[in-house]
Design a protein around this ligand. Structure first.
Ligand code: NIG
Ligand code: FE
Length: 447
């Protein structure tokens, strides 16, 4: 370790230390009182909501919420609050008065690339001047640009910069996040990224899932030997990732100009042998067959979906795969929007995530995603809230633990600033409406 490395490590460790001290002090029960409206309560929790159910959102006006041992212990109307707690319980709890404010389950962000070496605003300017995402990629920009820069950056530096992004998304109301590798593209660097994600799991209060995305782009040195790169992923990367237990899921960018259906089939098949369930990038640039191959391997989710037609919708029906739209990427790249309404009308569920990454979506703000659900995809506020909480929790296999307000679920919730209605959340776009973020029953952030 060089000197800079030691200093950066100390900064990171002191953040971790701070976090544990704060957690220790905070381990009391929390009772939130006088909540103007408690959003998305469930008496019989579901794993996801689909079709017409997506328009339903159960709430309790003038409510309380009791959090104990990091879990949701009880909730209900203030009318029944009086008889529920004795004075000793009240004295031993942290009481938060939420008059005028609402409480939501935390957002679940099921698709990000938030471990990355550097921002890419130069390409953004090229895009404004007319270059497409694919043209930038062909010139060795895009993902390959990030991959070049990632080779000589230390795990400590990557951890520290990603930790700052995690703090930012906590302040915007996120409670769980999936993070992908995919800027390494060599065995060593892919493992480095996944070790960084493992470290983040240890030091952050967020619930984090790790996805191995060796098949994000074909490195330049494999340009006309794509099959050999796929062989490397299958024969070397996947076994090493699995032996260190570094990933929960496996991903492939199955699209025009990136990986073919055949490549995807081989990689997912190899991943399956190690118990890695797929969550894949599909149909962003074309009708690539990605959705169908994802469903074939029982992917937990297929993500992007700008090019989704009748055949793709048919493939998704009766599957266990969550169609996941990434509004930030379509908005930022000026792409066609995925047919969310058509999918919901066909009875499918829809989840939404941020795709937080330096190339196609430099924002992890799930409140903005919620606004885009309505503005760009004509989803109602109820549908948008379901897409960014319970359904995106499903897309990380976390909907038993979070994604709604239900007894026994992890207490990942946020208290809003005073707002007139829950519809105001997508409507008043562009500013942070979160006042207090609570994760695992601990107040993590007060804005
Ligand atoms: O989800 N589509 C592929 N991958 C990312 C972009 C990553 C990048 O450009 O750095 C995405 O949009
Ligand atoms: Fe992505």
């Amino acid at each position: 370790l060089n000197y800079l490395g030691i200093v950066k490590r100390l900064i990171c460790d002191s953040k971790a230390l701070n976090y544990f001290c704060q957690k220790f002090n905070n381990m009391k029960d929390i009772i939130i009182l006088n909540i103007k409206e408690l959003i998305q309560v469930e008496d019989s929790p579901r794993l996801m909501v689909k079709g017409a159910e997506m328009a339903e959102l159960t709430t309790i006006k003038n409510a309380f919420l009791h959090i104990s041992n990091g879990l949701i212990a009880s909730f209900g109307s203030m009318e029944i609050f009086g008889g529920k707690f004795n004075s000793r319980q009240l004295d031993n709890s942290k009481i938060i008065d939420a008059t005028g404010k609402m409480v939501f389950p935390s957002f679940c962000d099921s698709h990000t690339h938030l471990v990355y070496p550097a921002s890419r605003e130069i390409e953004y300017v090229d895009k404004i001047k007319g270059l497409s995402y694919e043209e930038i990629a062909k010139r060795g920009g895009g993902i390959l640009n990030s991959a070049r820069r990632l080779q000589d950056i230390s795990e400590e530096e990557l951890t520290c910069s990603a930790f700052e992004r995690l703090k930012e998304i906590i302040s915007f109301g996120t409670g769980a996040v999936e993070i992908k590798s995919g800027y390494g593209l060599t065995t060593e660097s892919e493992l480095k990224m996944l070790r960084v994600i493992r470290k983040l799991k240890e030091i952050s209060p967020l619930t984090i899932k790790a996805t191995f995305l060796g098949a994000h782009a074909v490195p330049l040195e494999y340009r006309f030997r794509q099959t050999e790169y796929v062989d490397l992923i299958i024969n070397e990367m996947i076994p090493m990732v699995a032996s260190e237990e570094l990933a929960d899921y496996i991903d492939v960018f199955c699209d025009r100009g990136f990986f073919t259906v055949e490549d995807t089939d081989r990689i997912l098949n190899a991943g399956m042998k190690y118990g890695l369930r797929p969550k894949i990038h599909a149909n962003e640039l074309d009708y690539s067959g990605g959705i169908q191959v994802g469903v074939k391997y029982n992917a937990l989710s297929v993500d992007h979906l700008e090019y989704t037609g009748d055949a793709e919708i048919e493939a998704l029906k009766d599957s266990e795969t969550m169609p996941t739209i990434l509004p930030g990427a379509a908005f930022f790249l000026n792409m066609p929007y995925a047919p969310a309404r058509k999918m919901i009308e066909a009875g499918l569920p829809v989840a939404m995530a941020s795709d937080f990454n330096p190339g196609s979506s430099p924002s992890g703000n799930m409140q903005l995603v919620l606004s885009m659900a309505s503005i760009l995809y004509r989803m109602t506020p109820e549908e948008g809230i379901n897409a960014t909480t319970i359904n995106s929790a499903y897309a990380m296999d976390l909907s038993r633990e979070m994604g709604s307000i239900a007894v026994g679920k992890i207490a990942n919730v946020f208290i809003t600033k005073p707002i007139p209605s829950y519809q105001y959340m997508p409507y008043y776009y562009g500013s942070n409406k979160v006042d207090t973020a609570i994760l695992n029953g601990v107040v993590e952030c007060v804005n």
